[in-house]
Design a protein around this ligand. Structure first.
Ligand SMILES: *Cc1c(COP(=O)(O)O)cnc(C)c1O
Length: 338
């Protein structure tokens, strides 16, 4: 039986070309700043986004948490959407790592706008934590892979600059957004103090995320990475995968999006599916009726299809590098038989 593992785009295995790049990477000790491949990855991605510097880390949780540590602290507050990864899925790290407070906003498809942010900035008052950071997510996982356009970001960025508030982007899947909109990485780099990018999602690397920022911020970030236990030694093996992914596996994200849209169309017609959220990138969220996520996912698993529960009556499927046309066909055959 073919297994269609659509639980996440983190499940991909390195492609043959990527493995070759990893095997042949020149190595050094990155805690000493001497791994040439890590340095090359950091320089390459910083240049791509027109930002001064970058830091290679083991996970996107770490890059986000380092950014939050840089921009907040005790008695400070970060503004974000209530469904943000930094709030929901990082183990309470905002408090545990930075001792900061959070203001959660609501908004369609996981997105927030400048007027909401403006209303949420605390006054300079002895009672209130100081608003020091706004954090956005693109694409928005809980919003069904929804996209922020640069036009939507501009007024939030302008407001933050006016108020002296830092702005961070959890860009775990930023490249998924950019291949859809055609916007340039450099235009995004100009609108954020820090950006976190995952190499281990749609880009297909086994491990790794990158934090982008100013030279001064990345210098501080390097110290925070050390205290978080994220200083790695011959990490060039992993950085080589990142360089390979940036060179060869960005444009192909469009294929994932195409298959996700087709998968959504198959799901809408399938039994027990009430609706499918708009499919903008590689994430497909379906609302069930006449079943529940536990039962439905069990029935799917028996037919070789894996997804995850994503709410009381929601299930999520994510397309990726290791999900091709044959897998999509098989999905179509099986999903009708539940
Ligand atoms: C996956 C993900 C991260 C980082 O997760 P790690 O597993 O720690 O790499 C951050 N933000 C979003 C939106 C994600 O989907």
């Amino acid at each position: 039986m073919l297994t269609l593992d659509l639980r996440s785009d983190t499940l991909t295995k390195p492609s043959p070309g990527m493995i070759e790049a990893m095997y042949t990477a020149p190595l050094g000790d990155d805690v000493f700043g001497e791994d040439p491949t890590v340095n090359a990855l950091e320089e390459k991605i910083a240049a791509l986004f027109g930002m001064e510097a970058a830091l290679f880390c083991p996970s996107g949780t770490m890059t986000n948490q380092i950014a939050i540590r840089l921009h907040t602290g005790p008695q400070k507050e970060v503004i974000c959407h209530q469904y943000s990864h930094i709030y929901l899925y990082e183990g309470g790290g905002i408090m545990a790592n930075s001792m900061a407070s959070v203001k959660l906003l609501t908004g369609d498809l996981g997105k927030i706008n400048a007027s909401q942010v403006a209303e949420s900035i605390n006054p300079d008052d002895v009672h209130a934590p100081e608003t020091s950071l706004v954090s956005l997510e693109n694409t928005m996982n809980k919003g069904g892979g929804s996209i922020y356009t640069l036009e939507e970001i501009k007024p939030i960025h302008a407001l933050c600059k006016e108020k002296g508030i830092k702005i961070h982007l959890d860009g775990a899947r930023l490249f998924n957004a950019l291949v859809e909109t055609g916007e340039s990485p450099a235009d995004w780099g100009a609108k954020f103090d820090t950006i976190s990018i995952c190499l281990s999602k749609g880009l297909g690397c086994p491990i790794g995320s990158v934090l982008l920022g100013t030279k001064a911020d990345i210098k501080r970030a390097r110290k925070v990475r050390k205290v978080f236990g994220g200083g790695m030694r011959q990490a060039g093996f992993l950085a080589a995968a990142g360089i390979y992914a940036l060179d060869h596996q960005v444009e192909r994200l469009k294929e994932d999006h195409h298959r996700a849209r087709l998968l959504g169309e198959l799901l809408v017609q399938a039994p027990h599916v009430a609706e499918v959220l708009p499919v903008a990138t590689n994430i497909v969220i379906a609302r069930l009726e006449g079943s529940n996520p536990e039962t439905y996912l069990q029935q799917l698993a028996a037919k070789g299809i894996l997804g995850v529960k994503f709410g009381k009556d929601l299930v999520r499927f994510v397309t990726h590098l290791d999900f091709g046309d044959a897998h999509l066909e098989e999905f179509g055959r099986q999903i009708r038989r539940i």
